[in-house]
Write a protein that binds this ligand. Structure first.
Ligand code: PLP
Length: 470
């Protein structure tokens, strides 16, 4: 399987280079599937997969009875949004109510959830999880008879040690704290390192859930310029912390929500060192890190932490099942304080989902499951980018994420995306307006789209409908 995967990607790559060099020109027929299969000594299925990949990218088209030809509709790639320029003063946050009402509206039955950061049920290993749960309930009927520790189930923590290793962090089960999803972890981290009135540095734009937590804790945010592909600008962050008192920094270094940016390794190291030197705790949200389109996931920022200054937060919500509500954190030098805070909040996380995940991970199905999902998200992302490029007006910019399932779309300035959101809702299509991702009312002409749970013809039609409204 791995061998085949490698080959189809290799074939697709070679053909796309040949098209780029003009070896095959627009309208020209590509070699037949059989010819390529013989040339590369691979199965027809592998060649078909390669050709379908090129078709998704818009490079080739299949024509009845002629096979595949080089497309004359090869999309010009839309440009990426430029570095954001938020105001450089701390802001009170006030997005909570708007965010909740939009989330609730989007969850109505029958909605096409084109903006929701949720994975599709069909891509989750729900069968294994429910079989595990039935087995555990039979074998361990007394599991819920006592409290789990506040730190969380040790078998699950042992499994998470392996996942952390893939993100470049060497730790033991003792370093890990199980939480009710990543958002609880973020809240615990924020309350541990900062208090009401404090200022938290964040990427701009940033996930509205983080803004909501900050808002509920009475803290302020300092939005830092952020690049669509490389994430927060380290120089801008350095400048901001020189001129303001900042109590913590919250970042999504790998596949940020909503822009999908990924900080280069050197930036991660630089930022971790900068914040460490200035004694400003870094709260890392790595909830999308495992959904890389490459075979190897990027290192987390925590991998560069030598002083325990990073509070790493993640969960299984985007990879295995959001409804299990299981996340985890490594709180570095704040470990004991976080466990105490967790105890005060809810004593411990529910036991059965923890046992279920521990068993699922120990059986080794995790990697296969997320590699499969990531491959599908990658293909869908190519489609999504292609259709936005095809249907949206001139001057639109889009991001080019290398993982996860979120796409950030910047329309020309004159468009009001909250209005667009409302119009789209009338057609039962839920997009996410950009205004939710800033405390300063920025990003009025932006939307977040998602290929997490919408695909194929439904995605194409929905994009077309939105584009028409625009
Ligand atoms: C960046 C980010 N962090 C955290 C969360 C919340 O994660 P969880 O469901 O594990 O609490 C989300 C959910 O959309 C998210 O996108």
């Amino acid at each position: 399987m791995a061998h085949d995967t490698y080959l189809y990607e290799q074939i697709a790559e070679e053909l796309s280079k040949a098209i780029a060099k003009g070896v095959y020109e627009t309208g020209q027929k590509l070699p037949s599937l059989r010819y390529i299969s013989e040339q590369y000594d691979v199965s027809m299925a592998t060649v078909i997969q390669a050709y379908q990949g090129l078709e998704l990218k818009g490079l080739i088209e299949s024509r009845p009875r002629s096979g595949y030809i080089v497309s004359d509709r090869q999309q010009e790639q839309l440009e990426e949004p430029v570095l954001t320029q938020p105001k450089s003063s701390p802001t009170h946050v006030n997005v909570g109510h708007l965010a909740m009402s939009l989330i609730n509206e989007a969850r109505q039955p029958g909605m096409i959830r084109l903006g929701a950061a949720v994975p599709q049920a069909e891509l989750l290993p729900l069968g294994s999880l429910s079989r595990n749960l039935a087995g555990i309930a039979r074998r361990k009927p007394r599991a819920a008879a006592t409290y789990e520790t506040s730190q969380g189930n040790v078998e699950l923590r042992k499994q998470i040690v392996y996942l952390m290793r893939e993100s470049g962090v060497r730790c033991t089960a003792d370093d890990i704290i199980i939480t009710n999803g990543c958002l609880e972890a973020m809240g615990l981290a924020l309350r541990t390192v900062a208090k009401a009135g404090d200022t938290i540095a964040i990427e701009s734009p940033t996930y509205f859930g983080v803004l909501q937590v900050i808002e509920s804790l009475g803290m302020k945010v300092l939005e830092i310029p952020t690049h669509a592909s490389t994430g927060i600008d380290p120089a801008a962050l350095a400048k901001a912390i020189r001129s303001r008192k900042v109590s913590a920094c919250v970042l999504m270094p790998s596949f940020n929500n909503p822009i999908g940016s990924s900080m280069p390794e050197s930036h991660k190291q630089q930022v971790v060192e900068l914040l460490g030197k200035n004694n400003i705790p870094l709260i890392e949200d790595d909830v999308y890190g495992a959904l890389s389109y490459e075979t190897k996931r990027p290192k987390s920022a925590a991998a560069y932490d030598k002083t325990g200054n990073v509070l790493y937060c993640s969960s299984f919500s985007k990879t295995i099942a959001p409804g299990l509500r299981i996340g985890w954190m490594l709180a570095g030098k704040f470990h004991e304080q976080v466990i105490y805070q967790k105890f005060l909040d809810n004593i411990s996380t529910t036991i059965y989902p923890q046992l279920n995940l521990a068993e699922f991970l120990s059986k080794g199905g995790y990697r296969r499951s997320i590699r499969h999902s990531a491959r599908i998200y990658k293909q869908r992302m190519e489609q999504l980018r292609r259709w936005v490029s095809e249907f949206f007006p001139e001057g639109t910019r889009i991001t080019n994420p290398k993982g996860g399932f979120l796409l950030w779309v910047e329309l020309p300035k004159k468009y009001d995306c909250l209005k667009l959101y409302r119009k789209a809702m009338e057609k039962k299509i839920a997009i996410t307006p950009g205004i939710l991702f800033s405390a300063q009312g920025q990003y009025k002409n932006h939307i977040r789209l998602s290929c997490g749970s919408v695909e194929g013809e439904q995605m194409r039609k929905s994009i077309k409908v939105i584009a028409r409204m625009v």
